[in-house]
Design a protein around this ligand. Structure first.
Ligand SMILES: [Zn+2]
Length: 293
């Protein structure tokens, strides 16, 4: 009997680690979506911010602290996009795994080069992009780097499944290369837009379209009547292809500008899950391309 019990325990000890899923927490839906591509069924993902929420103005909730308390790996956007809630969540979680500098704390912005980086940090007037444009998920190039960084972080946190994560990374890369070919052939080159928020600049840089002006005078600051008048002038002069808003910001303003000037307005998903069709990162980018055409 003793012998059997010993064997049973040995089997348990041997088998348990490969069944224990990595408990991952992602702040934003797109981060959870990329993590899912790499981790598949070996990780359990909780996403803190919903697609219908504005990530610039989210607040810490007890359910978020609870999720962070159990996390092996916390993955976030960085560039201070989560400054309003994440430091409090990390601190209140009392979870040593996810504290800054630990292997369970993954700032995804470390893998990319931010654009629009100001020469000095300026939060005057409430600018919500003090470290440069934080919306680098609208860049296939950046997403590849982030996915590689995630693969390394997952492998470091769960060495037994490292080969599995690397294999999924290769599949992700192959799919991304294929998609990039399709996206490159889309007719966006040279198109011009007016946007509500500074959200699609990485995509514009990579695919050759222009964003001529912003309905927000500074990121996160609603426009004054005077600024709207300036935008009407700009639209009448530059005749952009469309005025862009998202489901969480600028829909009303873009619609009003469209009525006033006759230029069409489009509402785009800003993150995975913002529309039914944008169900993962790939389809999010597909939907944005579709809207911009
Ligand atoms: Zn922003």
């Amino acid at each position: 009997m003793k012998k059997y019990l010993f064997s049973f325990l040995a089997v348990l000890l041997f088998v348990t680690p490969s069944f224990a899923k990595v408990n991952a927490v992602a702040t934003l839906p797109w981060i959870g979506s990329i993590a899912k591509e790499i981790g598949k069924d070996r990780i359990e993902i909780t996403t803190l911010i919903k697609a219908g929420q504005d990530p610039h103005f989210a607040e810490a909730k007890p359910s978020m602290i609870l999720a962070a308390r159990k996390a092996d790996l916390l993955m976030y956007n960085g560039l201070e996009l989560e400054i309003g809630y994440l430091p409090r969540i990390i601190e209140s979680s009392n979870n040593p795994n996810i504290q800054p500098g630990k292997k369970g704390n993954l700032d995804c912005s470390q893998f990319i080069t931010p654009i629009e980086k100001p020469s000095s940090v300026d939060r005057s007037m409430g600018d919500v992009h003090p470290l440069g444009n934080p919306h680098y998920h609208f860049s296939p190039k950046n997403i590849l780097s982030v996915a590689e960084g995630m693969t390394n972080a997952l492998s470091e946190n769960d060495a037994g499944n490292a080969d599995f994560y690397r294999k999924n990374m290769q599949l992700f890369k192959d799919r991304l290369m294929e998609k990039q070919k399709q996206w490159s052939s889309r007719p966006l080159k040279g198109k011009k837009y007016i946007a509500y928020h500074k959200l699609f600049e990485y995509l514009a840089n990579e695919y050759g379209f222009w964003i001529l002006g912003y309905i927000e005078p500074k990121p996160g600051i609603p426009p004054s009547a005077g600024h709207i008048q300036e935008m009407i002038g700009l639209i009448e002069k530059a005749k952009p292809d469309a005025v862009i808003a998202t489901y969480i910001a600028g829909k009303k303003e873009a619609g009003a500008l469209s009525l006033k000037t006759g230029v069409k307005s489009v509402v785009l998903p800003q993150d995975v899950g913002a529309t039914e069709a944008a169900q993962d990162w790939f389809s999010l980018i597909d939907e944005v391309f579709k809207g911009l055409e």
